[in-house]
Design a protein around this ligand. Structure first.
Ligand SMILES: [Zn+2]
Length: 197
């Protein structure tokens, strides 16, 4: 009679193999359990960040000069915009040839989920005469808003600090290069000349 090779094992050895196998299974199931515990289920909730665009009659390119100034903090914007906004405001000269946009820096916009394109579309609407009552506003999901067509006569002053010097062509240059300095304070002049929205 041929012996079944398995039956040749001594009883204690079979028990040991079986025990090692059980421990291995236990560790494996613990590891799988831990992996499951770490698994984060994808959220099914979509957050929609909504805000307002101007109606079509104001949602168009501004034909004059646009000067954009960036400020660092919500507090600075709130102060400059006289409490109307923490993120941006617009104002224009009486004859509406120049529009000044004051917009908080990119980090603050990003942290509030406000896309740059949305800010421009909303504020340029004010440049075009949309009043602070936001009449006929259109509620939109901000992320869906495309970039507006911008006037070629557009100047952007970066956020400060550092102090920025610009050439007459509005190109930033190091202030240390200046021999004779002339201080331009467009916002101070503008604050007196235009109405903030
Ligand atoms: Zn507004």
């Amino acid at each position: 009679m041929k012996l079944n090779p398995r039956s040749q094992q001594s009883t204690p050895r079979r028990k040991l193999v079986s025990r090692v196998f059980s421990i291995a299974v236990l560790f494996l199931s613990l590891a799988i359990g831990a992996a499951h515990a770490r698994t984060v289920r994808p959220s099914t909730t979509t957050i929609r960040y909504m805000n307002y665009l101007p109606p079509a009659e104001y949602d168009k390119p501004f034909t004059g000069t646009v000067i954009i100034r960036r400020l660092e903090t919500e507090e600075e914007i709130e102060r400059h915009c006289k409490g109307r906004s923490k993120f941006a405001c617009a104002g224009h000269t009486a004859e509406r040839k120049t529009c000044y946009l004051t917009i908080v820096n990119d980090n603050v916009l990003r942290s509030h989920h406000i896309p740059w394109a949305f800010v421009l579309r909303h504020e340029i609407g004010h440049c075009n005469g949309w009043t602070e009552k936001h009449e006929n506003k259109r509620k939109v999901q901000m992320i869906d808003v495309g970039m507006p067509t911008l006037t070629k006569d557009l100047w952007v002053l970066p956020a400060y600090p550092p102090v920025v010097c610009v050439t007459p062509e509005w190109k930033p240059e190091p202030c240390s290069d200046r021999k004779n300095t002339v201080t331009a304070e467009p916002m101070d002049k503008a604050s007196k000349a235009y109405s903030l929205i």
